[in-house]
Design a protein around this ligand. Sequence first.
Ligand SMILES: NC(=O)c1ccc[n+]([C@@H]2O[C@H](COP(=O)([O-])OP(=O)(O)OC[C@H]3O[C@@H](n4cnc5c(N)ncnc54)[C@H](OP(=O)(O)O)[C@@H]3O)[C@@H](O)[C@H]2O)c1
Length: 328
Amino acid sequence: MRIALLGLGHVGLAFAQLARREAGAEALASILVRRPDAERPPWALPLLTLDPEGVFESEPHVVVDALPGTEPSRRITGWALERGIPVVSANKSFVADLLARSPGIPDRLWFEASVCGGLPLIETIRRGLAGDRVLRVRGILNGTTNFILGAMEQGMDYPGALREAQELGYAETDPSADVSGLDAARKLSILVALAFAVHMDPAAVERHGIDGLDPARLPGAGRIKLVAEARLHPGGRVLASVRPQRLEPADFLVRAEGAENAVEIETACRGVLRFSGPGAGGLPTAASLWADVAQAVGDRVARVRRLAPAAREDAASRVFGGDVPRRG
Ligand SMILES: NC(=O)c1ccc[n+]([C@@H]2O[C@H](COP(=O)([O-])OP(=O)(O)OC[C@H]3O[C@@H](n4cnc5c(N)ncnc54)[C@H](OP(=O)(O)O)[C@@H]3O)[C@@H](O)[C@H]2O)c1
């Protein structure tokens, strides 16, 4: 298998290490980065390229997107899909923007890692709940703000809690998308597209962040959390919001501590399904990327592996269109 990886930051590096462990060092065929002189592990150096089109020179079977922002992910994904190459993305800005602009979801685009890093929500809604009907999705979709609110409950002021989140690597240098609720709105809009087939611009989500929250509101019964919620209303209208809410102590979402996420999905046939766990972090996000890669190309690789060695080369050239996989 040959993987073209976009980005070698927190997520990209964790994914590269996982891919090397799971599929062998030769599975990574090229890695797109921006800074030519940044420090990298020695094994990555021969694979690096600064040219977005250069990633296709290695004729990858799959492109894995661990870049920030909508560009160049949008452009590279377009090129890959035109060539019939699947794309697996952790990039919620790009995925939310793409889904908001298009009426459908490209078949070859996989994006489990883009919402709540380690929680398997996308495949659960996309395939696991096929035939059921989602009525409501609610959750703590942003670990950074959850961490900050928790620290403020312990008596820290907002700037101190934000600084600690940055020092621990939870918050970006520019934390505005997290604290304004935009990051949660992007993730919610991706869930809404899958759950309700409504393609919503994240800007259309009613949004109140924690940046304007009065710390005097925090003490009291229950706990204040930044809750993202989307509900199907009669007539098919979907109402979506992100805002701080005071939750009862018994509320499932209260379980999300520190940078964790928690999500409830209410469906017509199954009632309420509940998920909680790591919503971010290199390794959990990389594990979700790998699960998508395995689905996007794994069947083809497994089909070839099951054959006797003599039959492999012929089958591989049929399955991979002439490219024999390097591991078998
Ligand atoms: N961090 C998490 O826990 C987490 C969880 C879920 C999803 N995500 C998503 O995963 C993506 C990556 O996040 P991250 O935390 O790994 O970011 P990061 O540490 O900032 O790494 C970003 C990587 O992208 C490269 N890059 C940025 N702009 C580029 C450009 N224009 N051309 C080529 N390369 C470029 C950077 O190259 P250089 O190394 O040369 O600077 C770097 O390797 C984001 O979309 C994020 O929202 C992150």
